[in-house]
Each structure stands twice: as structure tokens, then as C-alpha cells.
Design a protein around this ligand. Structure first.
Ligand code: C2E
Ligand code: MG
Ligand code: MG
Ligand code: MG
Length: 292
């Protein structure tokens, strides 16, 4: 039969694979439609400084699917990347984040907060990317000094000079840059000093076992030392426990992001959290690096 047809090892029909291809095609079609209808949204996860003060949020894409409920980015970002849908997705998330920044700028509890968006390599490679960002900032009235961009090392695998030129133009209007998931990719250290970065993000995978795995601890310390010598800020992502926080805090004045400080939240919940952080109540805030 067709399944075993290939004497030469070729398979013309594999039901399991067929099911997978069909499911992926359906997901792609749904994503395309929901992007057109602008149904994807952003949740906001707190980022705090070494004293536990709220700096802002990372904006993380969320897809409320009509049948499947909330689908996680780890499921749909790869589909978006491989189909080119990451471009309309990125544009929608940029627009959503800029509108949110503009709204937050009118409330004392949120006016100083930054919003960091994730920008994929494919987006960054687009000729018109800088113009699109500039236009969106103008259109929405967002303060570009409050907008941050998180890039991953995959952005740097080709045409680094082009990436640097775009970063320079965006920096010129006030936008800051973090290198996300640092240590998991292939970026060479020689690029690092050429890139106009503001911050390195220690990947969650190193933070996770920082207390039990000496290699992860060494990598985390190396990234902290490297940031310091390059004059960059450093933020640890995926901090879930007081113990992880205490370990990292021994090694420098870091910024932090993780469930210990807050989960990604819908805008209204993030605003409540920001209000709880506002100056007068600062001594009561968070888990407490200030209270400690
Ligand atoms: P990322 O940029 O490294 O984002 C951090 C991820 O770690 C988020 O997952 C966040 O919810 C999760 N996280 C944060 N703190 C903790 C913690 O303490 N413990 C654990 N276990 N996880 C934590 P999320 O929201 O599922 O996003 C996954 C990835 O999807 C992101 O990783 C980013 O690479 C990508 N992504 C999300 N939104 C966008 C977007 O708008 N555009 C692009 N291009 N990529 C996006
Ligand atoms: Mg990120
Ligand atoms: Mg990350
Ligand atoms: Mg990560």
C-alpha cells in the first residue's frame, strides 16, 4: 500500500504526518484570519529594578482562539515565523503596545513605565521596519523613550551591519534595546561590543537551575560581569523563587522579571499592580527587596 510503497525508502502517505500537516494548516488559516480581525492581544509582565521598583513591562503576545482557548506563543510564534505571518503579527503587536503606552502616559501610576516588545529577525530584516516603528509612534502618540525592543541572537546571524544601522536610527528617536535569551544563541562576543544595546537578558534556562547547577551559575555570573564591563544593564528573566533572586542579587545590581515579581497580566490587571507599586505605597510593595 501507499504507506510502505517506497522500496527506496520514500513514503507517499503517512497518516500521522498527514494529520500534523492538516492541523498546522488549520492553525495557520485561523491565525491569518484572527490577525486580520486584530484578535491577538498583549499581556504585560512586570520588570523591576534591583530595589524592587517597577520599571515597566514586557509585552507578550496572546491569542484567544475561538475553539481552543488561549494559545501560547511557543505554539503560534513558530507557525508565524515559518509562514511570514510574523510580519502582520509584529505590526499588530507594535500598534497595540504603542496605543497602550499612549494610554498609560496619562495616568500617574503608569506614566513612567516602559513597554518592551519582542521583534523577530524577519521583522528587523524588513527594509521599512524603522519607518513603520516611527510612523506608529507618531500615529499613537506613544513616547519612544518608553518603548523598548527585545531582539534575539537570531537577528544577528546575517547582515549585522544592516541590523546595527537600523538600531542606530531607532535609538536616535529614543528607543532602547535588549538582547533577549542571551547565551542560548550563536552571537559572537565581538558583535556584542558593536551593537548599540542597552541591556542583556539572562535567559530563563540559566536562572532555573542557578542554585543547583554550577555551570548555570557560572554562566549567569559571566553574563553579569560581561554586562558590567560593556556598560550594559542586565535583566534576569524567569526568576521564580526568593532563593534565585538572592543568589543573583549577590552578583550585581540587576533588573528582574519572573513569576516572583508577577505573571504576564491583561492591561487592567497590570494597571492595578502598577497602582500597588506607586510611590506612596512603595514600602509595602512586592515581595520585598525594599522591605527586607
Ligand atoms: P521571551 O521573550 O523570552 O519571553 C519570556 C517568556 O518567559 C514568556 O513566555 C513568559 O511568560 C515566560 N516567563 C516569564 N517569567 C517566567 C517565570 O518566572 N517562569 C516561567 N516558567 N516562565 C516565565 P511566553 O509569553 O509564552 O512567550 C514565549 C516566547 O514567545 C517569548 O519568549 C518570545 O520569544 C515569543 N513572543 C511572545 N510574544 C511575542 C511577540 O509579540 N513577537 C515575537 N516575535 N515573539 C513573541
Ligand atoms: Mg522577550
Ligand atoms: Mg527572553
Ligand atoms: Mg527566554
Amino acid at each position: 500500500d501507499a504507506k510502505t510503497a517506497g522500496r527506496n525508502g520514500l513514503r507517499f502517505f503517512d497518516p500521522a504526518m498527514q494529520t500534523m500537516i492538516t492541523a498546522r494548516a488549520a492553525l495557520e488559516a485561523d491565525l491569518r484570519e484572527d490577525l486580520k480581525q486584530e484578535r491577538l492581544l498583549l499581556h504585560y509582565q512586570p520588570q523591576v529594578d534591583h530595589e524592587g521598583r517597577l520599571l515597566g513591562a514586557e509585552a507578550l503576545a496572546r491569542w484567544p482562539h475561538a475553539q481552543k482557548g488561549m494559545i501560547s506563543p511557543s505554539e503560534f510564534i513558530p507557525v508565524a515565523e515559518s509562514t511570514g505571518l510574523i510580519l502582520p503579527l509584529g505590526a499588530l503587536m507594535l500598534k497595540t503596545a504603542c496605543h497602550q503606552l499612549a494610554r498609560w502616559s496619562t495616568d500617574p501610576a503608569t506614566e513612567r513605565l516602559t513597554v518592551a516588545i519582542n521583534v523577530s529577525a524577519l521583522q528587523m530584516r524588513q527594509k521599512t521596519f524603522v519607518e513603520e516603528v516611527r510612523a506608529m509612534v507618531e500615529q499613537t502618540g506613544a513616547n519612544p523613550h518608553r518603548l523598548k525592543i527585545e531582539l534575539t541572537e537570531s537577528t544577528l546571524v546575517s547582515n549585522v551591519d544592516d541590523v546595527i544601522a537600523k538600531m542606530d536610527r531607532l535609538k536616535a528617536i529614543g528607543i532602547g534595546f535588549s538582547l533577549d535569551d542571551f547565551g542560548t544563541g550563536y552571537s559572537s562576543l565581538s558583535y556584542l561590543k558593536r551593537l548599540p544595546l542597552d541591556q542583556l537578558k539572562i535567559d530563563r534556562s540559566f536562572v532555573k537551575d542557578v542554585l543547583v547547577d554550577p555551570n548555570d551559575a557560572a554562566i549567569a555570573q559571566m553574563i553579569i560581569a560581561l554586562s558590567k564591563s560593556l556598560g550594559l544593564a542586565v535583566i534576569a528573566e524567569g526568576v521564580e523563587t526568593e532563593e534565585q533572586y538572592a543568589f543573583l542579587a549577590q552578583h550585581g545590581q540587576l533588573n528582574y522579571q519572573g513569576y516572583l515579581f508577577g505573571r504576564p497580566l491583561p492591561p487592567a490587571d497590570f494597571e492595578s499592580l502598577a497602582r500597588a507599586f506607586s510611590p506612596r505605597r512603595r514600602s509595602k510593595q512586592v515581595h520585598g527587596s525594599v522591605d527586607r
